[in-house]
Ligand binder design. Structure first.
Ligand code: ZN
Length: 245
């Protein structure tokens, strides 16, 4: 089985379409780790794309909760709050209802695989460093757990006494997911990368081969930026796409 793993799309249709085009023919089932909307200018089109995949598993992110009215924006910075309020108003009622109904993670996909938005022990927790990752690996029963939320592509792996973080290289970055290893993998953000690489990020997991591959793809950043400006969303949300920060 080959899984397409998408996280933090953030209503960036140009990035999502580039990823789907790049991944075409490489996957059998899709996993979506939350934050479909928020920040970007195409929440309705992105929800339609995700519904149409259709995903084998999809969970909510903090922006899906805020933009659909499930949770308030008390923990959001001003730009994120403005985007959540704009998105709430822009969403078609059936798309808002779809986001409201998304389940919280973690979600067990099969006995060896689970997905979460922030961490397996708290859907809103950010896994930034090794100690966060260690805690997450301790709290999951699955040998492979995908997470998002930080918008930074990384794989933490633990095997016996070995514990290390694998950062993506310029091209495809394969990570072995076998031989008793426990893996915690962030595919990176489709629609708002923050690891200094502005290209859209995603992952393919081939469970037969036992390999997770971190991938990047160029997309029309300028077009996504123009739409953000035209929508009246905060200009900083457009600027950061070019920087990948
Ligand atoms: Zn996000």
């Amino acid at each position: 089985m080959r899984y397409l793993v998408l996280s933090d799309i953030h209503a960036n249709l140009e990035a999502l379409d580039a990823v789907l085009h790049s991944a075409d023919g490489r996957w059998d089932r899709a996993l979506v780790l939350g934050d479909l909307v928020g920040y970007g200018a195409d929440p309705n089109a992105v929800v339609e794309r995700i519904v149409a995949l259709p995903p084998a598993a999809v969970i909510r992110g903090n922006h899906d909760k805020a933009a659909s009215g499930v949770e308030d924006t008390a923990n959001f910075n001003p730009a994120a709050r403005a985007a959540a309020i704009w998105t709430y108003g822009a969403l078609a009622p059936d798309h808002r209802a779809y986001l409201q109904a998304l389940p919280a993670g973690p979600l067990v996909v099969d006995d060896a695989l689970e997905i979460c938005h922030g961490s397996p022990f708290d859907e809103d927790f950010y896994i930034f460093d090794g100690s966060d990752a260690w805690r997450a690996l301790e709290s999951t029963r699955s040998s492979l757990c995908f997470f998002g939320h930080t918008h930074v592509a990384v794989a933490f792996l633990r095997s016996g006494n070995l514990f290390e973080a694998v950062l993506p290289e310029n091209g495809d970055t394969p990570v072995q997911a076998r031989n008793g290893r426990r893996l915690l993998v962030n595919p990176g953000s489709v629609g708002q990368p923050r690891d200094g690489d502005p290209r859209a990020a995603y992952a393919i997991y081939d469970s037969t081969e036992g390999v997770v591959t971190l991938r990047r793809v160029d997309y029309a950043v300028e077009r996504a930026q123009e739409k953000i400006i035209a929508a009246g969303l905060p200009k900083a949300l457009a600027a950061r796409l070019a920087a990948g920060r």
